[in-house]
Design a protein around this ligand. Structure first.
Ligand SMILES: Cc1cc2nc3c(=O)[nH]c(=O)nc-3n(C[C@H](O)[C@H](O)[C@H](O)COP(=O)(O)OP(=O)(O)OC[C@H]3O[C@@H](n4cnc5c(N)ncnc54)[C@H](O)[C@@H]3O)c2cc1C
Length: 491
């Protein structure tokens, strides 16, 4: 790691890695990841990427219309037009780089259908598309002579300085290092770990959103969160795996703690209603029955059919002691995706000059109030590329390529020991205030406590560790979400 770069990218998921690949060899780039490179929401993506790749049966207008319908027309149309029209060439670039997308018997890319899409347009690699993409991107970035990569290096502070930014990190030895960057792209992913139940990776703690917020960048619609209705309800695990919609699509029924089917009482589409509607039905039914016990039941289907159709889900549930051919699957909604985030324009630039954001941490307006399945990886690619293109244009107009910028000396990170339980308390509050259903009265009650926690973190003289940074991020994200809930930033 050097002391000075043209561009520092915070994050090594799909957005960070793809963005890094766009820079020519004369532009120096540093990619940072707070844990191992392979730990990210991108690596967990299962279904695939949506793109109009075969105009004989699909077109941009249809993809735009599907995205708007899913987003309840609260999307930014200009951003969707960019996403849909430019996305296909980014997906084809992934294929050229070596992502092994599944192909059909005729040798063409296999395209599947997902909820909310009116056409078959999801390309995939089995049920582990994200891992296939991240592995390929990592391999490509590692070949770039102009890109340095550091894992287990956590950014804890971002400050504007003359000509760029000072990026302060805790390195793998727990020590502070400071780096100068002319431009910075935040690609730090989502906020799932601010909740008790989430599908998100352990890195999804809202750090990048907090860094941008502290720099004065606009944050928009952070309370626009997608909750998946049927995650496996393991008692012990915070990170939960999904029982895909396809299981309901194949006839699984949803029952409450008394074994009663209830979804149709809330929406005539029953179990097959959109994600937010089914999640909502479960939460209302939970209040009615005073129980969080819910089950998906597909035992009426032929066991061989179930095993062939859902091999991964069958195997995962079996690991948890549930044989889905004989047993009901315990499920409960969980946090899954963030639609809002650091507000950016069509070039992914935030409201802070020369600061960019891409991927799940950003708010491009593409998703509106509800993400259409498989549009998020596409958004990460398109807008991280646009960020890099914009930075490249700006760099070519700068005249300070030989300047050595000042970098502050490392500081001592030691301090008081962080009390235990801060994040647990925040997760409980979030679960109470805005888990599927927003509760403004509870938000109003809990906001004072969150302010108290934030104030204590800011002024307690604590040692700067990854636990401290993640607690500060959780408190900041909770504060922003709760303020929105109170102010009725309605979906
Ligand atoms: C289970 C699951 C299934 C999904 N399936 C799909 C799907 O089929 N199709 C689809 O389109 N989307 C899917 N998604 C959503 C999609 O995977 C994500 O929205 C997308 O991959 C986010 O990419 P990203 O690059 O923005 O963030 P991530 O991939 O999460 O990467 C974030 C990076 O930021 C780094 N970072 C964070 N904080 C710091 C810090 N302080 N300092 C340094 N580094 C930091 C992390 O270490 C990591 O490298 C799924 C998500 C989940 C959880």
């Amino acid at each position: 790691m050097n002391k000075q770069y043209d561009v520092v990218i915070i994050g090594a998921g799909a957005a960070g890695l793809y963005g890094a690949l766009q820079f020519k060899n004369n532009i120096s780039v540093l990619v940072l990841s707070k844990r191992e490179f392979t730990l990210s929401n991108s690596s967990l993506a299962q279904g695939g990427i949506a793109a109009v790749l075969d105009q004989s049966h699909d077109n941009f207008k249809l993809h735009i219309a599907d995205t708007l319908i899913a987003g309840k027309y609260k999307n930014n149309l200009a951003a969707i037009e960019v996403l849909v029209s430019e996305g296909p060439s980014d997906v084809l670039r992934l294929k050229e780089m070596g992502v092994d997308f599944d192909i059909d018997q005729t040798g063409k890319l296999q395209m599947t259908l997902e909820a909310g899409h009116s056409r078959h347009r999801i390309v995939h690699h089995k049920d582990s598309t994200g891992k296939a993409i991240v592995d390929t991107l990592l391999e490509q970035v590692q070949k770039c002579p102009n890109v340095d990569m550091c894992e287990n290096t956590m950014v804890y502070e971002l400050k504007k300085t003359n000509g760029g930014f000072i990026v302060s990190v805790i390195n793998k030895d727990g020590l502070n290092e400071n780096i100068f960057a002319k431009y910075c792209i935040i690609a730090s992913g989502g906020i799932g770990r601010v909740y008790e139940y989430t599908t998100n990776s352990a890195i999804a703690t809202g750090d990048g959103i907090t860094l941008a917020y502290r720099l004065g960048s606009d944050i928009k619609h952070l309370s626009w969160i997608q909750f998946h209705p049927t995650a496996f309800a393991a008692e012990k695990d915070r990170e939960r795996f999904l029982i895909s919609e396809a299981v309901r699509g194949e006839g699984a029924i949803l029952v409450n703690c008394n074994g009663e089917r209830f979804a149709q009482q809330y929406d005539e589409r029953g179990e097959l209603a959109p994600r937010d509607v089914v999640s909502n039905a479960i939460m209302l039914e939970s209040e009615k029955t005073n129980s969080e016990k819910f089950y998906l039941d597909i035992t009426h289907k032929d066991p061989e059919f179930i095993k062939n159709r859902f091999p991964m889900i069958y195997a995962k549930c079996l690991e948890e002691g549930v044989d889905i051919t004989k047993d009901k699957i315990p499920v409960f909604p969980c946090q899954h995706y963030l639609m809002g985030g650091i507000d950016v324009n069509l070039n992914a630039e935030t409201t802070v000059k020369d600061l960019y954001a891409a991927g799940e941490c950003s708010h491009t307006g593409v998703h509106g109030a509800n993400r259409l399945a498989s549009n998020s990886l596409l958004e990460a690619l398109v807008f991280s590329r646009r960020a890099s293109e914009d930075i490249t244009r700006k760099l070519s107009a700068r005249k300070d390529s030989d300047t050595i910028f000042d970098v502050p000396a490392p500081k001592d990170l030691s301090g008081n020991k962080l009390p235990q339980g801060i994040r647990t308390e925040i997760r409980k509050i979030m679960q109470d205030v805005h888990f599927v259903i927003k509760k403004p009265e509870k938000a109003a009650q809990s906001l004072e406590r969150i302010k108290e926690i934030l104030n204590n973190l800011e002024n307690g003289g604590y040692e700067i560790t990854s636990d401290f940074i993640e607690a500060r991020s959780a408190a900041t994200v909770a504060y922003i979400i709760m303020t929105e809930v109170i102010n009725n930033d309605s979906k």
